[in-house]
Design a protein around this ligand. Structure first.
Ligand code: PGA
Length: 230
């Protein structure tokens, strides 16, 4: 079963999300049952998605994700949204260490490791995003007992938001690097995945799923991608 995560980043407001969900609801029931779809909206709109998921009108294997999570436990951390604040929303996955977080918010390997710890303690699956250069230092920062609990997303920055995905050869070669350090964890790819992506990438048994930014913003485009991926 392929894991496909829609990362809406900071693109949409409440009304945009309502429109997105209503289009997705109408067509998602026709999707084949071979996908685990995770929608990661802005944190302020988690309630909207959570209520729709409870209505069971969305594709049955649709789950809820967050784009980030606090590295801290419950406490005096003004502005932070941590696992304790997500209780009751049925969040199953958290994107951690996205290159945009590492770049714009100066997140360190230790920050990302702390986020993984918070996720695992709350039974939320962390999707750890790495470039090739992050693999070894990120593993060094992580508690060894937590390595087996993560999904790793290979996210080459040169291919994010560019419209040109990486090659299948490089994605598979990087999987060897990831699994040499993390162990045999699920391995997904992100970087300009869209309906025009090489079908050999979309169908490769070596790749356990995709992290999708731009192509998730339009529900029809995302539905097309899901159909091609299934
Ligand atoms: P993109 O973003 O699909 O727009 O390239 C991917 C990502 O940032 O994970």
């Amino acid at each position: 079963m392929k894991l496909v995560i829609a990362n809406f980043k900071s693109n949409k407001n409440r009304e945009d999300y309502e429109n997105w969900i209503s289009t997705f609801e109408k067509e998602s029931s026709s999707l084949p049952a071979t996908l685990n779809v995770v929608l990661a909206p802005s944190t302020v709109d988690l309630m909207l998605f959570s209520n729709h998921l409870l209505d069971h009108k969305l594709y049955p294997q649709t789950n809820l994700g967050v784009q980030d999570i606090s590295p801290f436990p419950a406490g005096a951390y003004t502005g932070a949204v941590g696992s304790v604040n997500l209780v009751g929303f049925n969040v199953t996955h958290a994107i951690v260490g996205h290159s945009e977080r590492r770049h714009y918010f100066h997140e360190t390997y230790q920050d990302v490791a702390n986020k993984v710890r918070e996720c695992v303690a709350a039974k939320i699956t962390p999707i750890v995003c790495v470039r090739k250069d992050d693999i070894v230092p990120q593993v060094a920062a992580l508690e060894p007992s937590l390595l087996a609990q993560v999904v790793v997303a290979f996210e080459p920055v040169d291919h994010i938001g560019t419209g040109a995905a990486d090659t299948l050869e490089d994605i598979i070669a990087t999987k060897q690097l990831v699994q040499a350090s993390f162990g045999k964890v699920p391995y997904i790819y992100g970087g300009s995945v869209d309906p025009h992506t090489d079908p050999n990438i979309l169908h490769s048994p070596e790749i356990d799923g995709f992290l999708v930014g731009t192509a998730s913003l339009d529900p029809q485009t995302f539905l097309s991608l899901l159909k091609l991926t299934a």
